[in-house]
Design a protein around this ligand. Structure first.
Ligand SMILES: NC(=O)CC(=O)C(=O)O
Length: 335
């Protein structure tokens, strides 16, 4: 596979990059190239056709479900509830289902150490089963992860066979101090991750950030450069930052990068020590809110069209107009 990639795809990429107007072809080839890179090693012989199927349906539409889950004190109940919502979404035709930040645990520094577990562990086993039982891609929000003496806020992604295909650790920790409103310091208990994470779907490449990460446009831009058409941000904004910034940031990232952006919140619990804003949202590459929840538990749906991403990128070709002679962004994140 690697040999095929280098013989066929890399030279094409190089040639196309020199031809004005071939930008979108280059994007497609980049995705195909990444597909070879990421999938080649893990393929069983009988699965060798799988990347080619993705290749032929590289522009397939995708039905996305955002699960604004009620999360309580019982980890096992949270996991059961999440699994039942994944099943509900799959029955409604969803191919990719996304859960919120901290979907197996309440959000807060007192909870992270108590609920943390290794990956793989009981929670990711439950996610894997939910993905396989319902034959969907599952972006399992995030859970507190324990590795050695460190804790992380970690998102795991499973393919429709239940295989773990991506893992992302929140890399910008939520340390803020808004006097009289909210003070929070995730870094009291959590360590940051150091790597971006993407996964391939028939719709195209998807990138993951967690909550506070959405405030960093550079990260979204790097994902765009890697070929993403959708960014998913499981996130628990609160009653101060939520009304002010939640939708604005999602729309900003979508317009900046001309891709779909989804934010997935836990449902609001007025009795919790940290009250989530809710309002899980899907924004189009044009910056329009396509679908939005209120604050209660709810599953919202949207049909994503990869052609819309390509059309908007062609109509307003900002990625080709960047003045990299004036400014540039360097991807130094570890892979
Ligand atoms: N949980 C968070 O990271 C919250 C956040 O990012 C915010 O700005 O609010």
């Amino acid at each position: 596979m690697k040999v095929l990639q280098y013989l066929l795809i890399k030279p094409l990429l190089t040639v196309c990059e020199l031809i004005p107007g071939s930008h979108f072809f280059v994007d497609d080839l980049t995705v195909i190239s990444q597909l070879f890179e990421t999938k080649a090693e893990s393929l069983e012989p009988q699965g060798a056709i799988a990347p080619l199927q993705h290749l032929f349906s590289a522009h397939a539409e995708l039905r996305l479900a955002l699960v604004q889950l009620s999360v309580g004190a019982s980890k096992s109940e949270n996991l059961l509830r999440a699994a039942s919502k994944v099943a509900e979404a799959a029955k409604s035709g969803a191919q990719l289902v996304a859960l919120p930040e901290c979907c197996n645990s309440p959000y807060g520094n007192t909870f992270f150490p108590e609920y943390a577990e290794p990956i793989p562990g009981p929670s990711t086993e439950a996610f894997s089963k939910a993905a396989a039982d319902n034959c969907v891609f599952l972006v399992a929000g995030s859970i507190p992860e324990r590795e050695g003496d460190k804790l992380y806020n970690t998102c795991t992604v499973f393919d429709p066979k239940g295989t773990l295909i991506a893992k992302y650790r929140k890399s910008h920790l939520f340390d803020i101090d808004v006097p009289g409103k909210i003070t929070f310091q995730e870094s009291k208990t959590l360590s940051p991750g150091n790597a971006l994470s993407t996964f391939e779907t028939p719709f195209g490449l998807v990138g993951i950030g967690i909550c506070y990460d959405i405030r960093f446009p550079e990260m979204a831009q790097l994902y765009t450069r890697r070929g993403c058409r959708l960014l998913l941000y499981p996130g628990a904004f609160n009653m101060t930052t939520g009304p002010a910034h939640w939708e604005l940031l999602a729309r900003g990232r979508a317009v900046d990068n001309q891709l779909y952006v989804a934010t997935i919140s836990p449902a609001r619990d007025e009795t919790a020590s940290y009250i989530a804003w809710g309002h899980s949202t899907l924004v189009s590459p044009w910056g329009e809110v396509v679908s939005k929840a209120e604050h209660a538990e709810q599953v919202i749906y949207a049909d994503l069209d990869p052609q819309l991403v390509e059309d908007i990128r062609q109509q307003i070709p900002v990625s080709r107009q960047k003045r990299t002679d004036m400014y540039d962004l360097k991807d130094v994140s570890s892979l």
